[in-house]
Design a protein around this ligand. Structure first.
Ligand code: ADP
Ligand code: F6P
Length: 335
């Protein structure tokens, strides 16, 4: 049943930006307007809320944004929002602007902020936006697909030159404490080694020894290049390259891909899911949804309680890891 109280909704993007956040904002704005709501945009995440950087959103304001990377609403990390005083202030500002439902597009941290606003009486719904794919309640997060494709393209290029020079290449990809980008890129580019924080025991010398052993065995079997995708959560790629070169005698180069992974025109998959999730969030608010997070699971969108979502954990799929290991093996390692 429709919640008659909802007349005006707000939308903000928060935390690290991600490709297709614009597609989600556009969907919130246009679905909201189509449902007869007023839609207000807040600039710079919770910072913009506290500074009352709030504008009326029109359909035109989101024209030609579906293909653009970044977020037209800007984003920020607002540490003071972790304090009750500022959460209360944020809720008061929402009330002052007549906002009775808020869509927060961001990661786990942003969802915590949304949960705090909900505790202060503002209906809030989170939409998962992060390239890291590190939100446990959902199999998809906005921006992951684009980031993986961007990293894959870069790694393919590095692999070309690495093969010509018969070198070893280490490519460090983003992901904070999660290894999803590394695992996906590693499999997609045929990496010989994929290093992810979820499987890292903190013993860097031992991890490097295993990689060195792998390189030497693979060279002995005739393979003349070696690709290592290293997750940001492990890091130390430049030092690793020096130590590998010293131990193997094989020229080794490290590249840290960095923020290029967060930019660029989003893929169709990201645009599609972001559009659906943004619209879903608006309709959820209209149905009376509050303190909810939108997720994607088993081929369908769904929603669940924010606190429940924040308490969930997820692990890297062991089967995917096993297959990554099999596929990265050198010819001759197979029976
Ligand atoms: P992400 O949303 O990508 O996980 P952050 O962890 O940086 O990114 O969080 C984004 C913002 O969400 C923070 O800068 C802060 O404004 C807000 N936030 C994070 N944690 C909390 C919290 N515990 N309480 C209230 N707000 C929070
Ligand atoms: O959460 C997205 C992300 O790009 C992570 O992969 C990375 O660890 C972090 O943000 C980098 O943050 P910043 O842009 O503040 O350096």
């Amino acid at each position: 049943m429709e919640n008659k109280k909802i007349k005006t909704i707000g939308v903000l993007t928060s935390g690290g930006d991600a490709p297709a956040m614009n597609a989600a904002v556009r969907a919130v704005v246009r679905t909201g307007l189509a449902r007869g709501l007023n839609v207000k945009g807040m600039y710079r995440g919770y910072s913009g809320l506290l500074n009352e950087e709030i504008v009326d959103m029109t359909s035109k304001l989101v024209s030609n944004t579906i293909n653009r990377g970044g977020t037209i609403l800007k984003t920020a990390r607002c540490l003071e929002f972790k304090e009750l005083e500022y959460q209360q202030k944020g809720a008061e500002i929402c009330r002052k602007h007549g906002i009775d439902g808020l869509v927060v597009i961001g990661g786990d941290g942003s969802f915590r902020g949304a949960g705090k606003l909900a505790e202060q009486g503002i209906n809030a719904v989170g939409v998962p936006g992060t390239i890291d794919l590190d939100i446990a309640c959902t199999e998809y997060t906005i921006g992951f697909d684009t980031a993986v494709n961007t990293a894959m393209d870069a790694i393919d290029k590095i692999k070309d030159t690495s093969m010509s020079h018969e070198r070893c290449s280490i490519i460090e990809v983003m992901g904070r404490d999660a290894g999803y980008i590394a695992l996906w890129c590693g499999i997609a580019t045929g990496a010989e080694n994929i290093l992810i924080p979820e499987k890292f025991d903190g013993n860097l010398p031992m991890t490097e020894l295993k990689v060195i052993d792998n390189i030497l065995r693979s060279r002995a079997k005739g393979k003349t290049h070696h690709l290592i995708v290293n997750a940001e959560g492990i890091g130390h790629s430049y030092g690793m390259a020096k130590r590998i070169e010293a131990a193997t005698g094989i020229e080794t180069r490290a590249t840290i891909l960095g923020h290029m992974q967060r930019g660029g025109s989003p893929t169709a998959l990201d645009r599609f899911h972001a559009s659906m999730m943004g619209a879903y969030a608006v309709d959820l608010l209209l149905k009376g949804g509050n303190k909810r997070v939108v997720g994607y699971k088993d081929g369908a969108y769904y929603d669940l309680d924010i606190q429940e979502a924040l308490q969930m954990t997820k692990d890297i799929d062991e089967y995917q890891l096993e297959i990554a290991d099999i596929l990265g093996r050198t010819i001759g390692d197979f029976h």
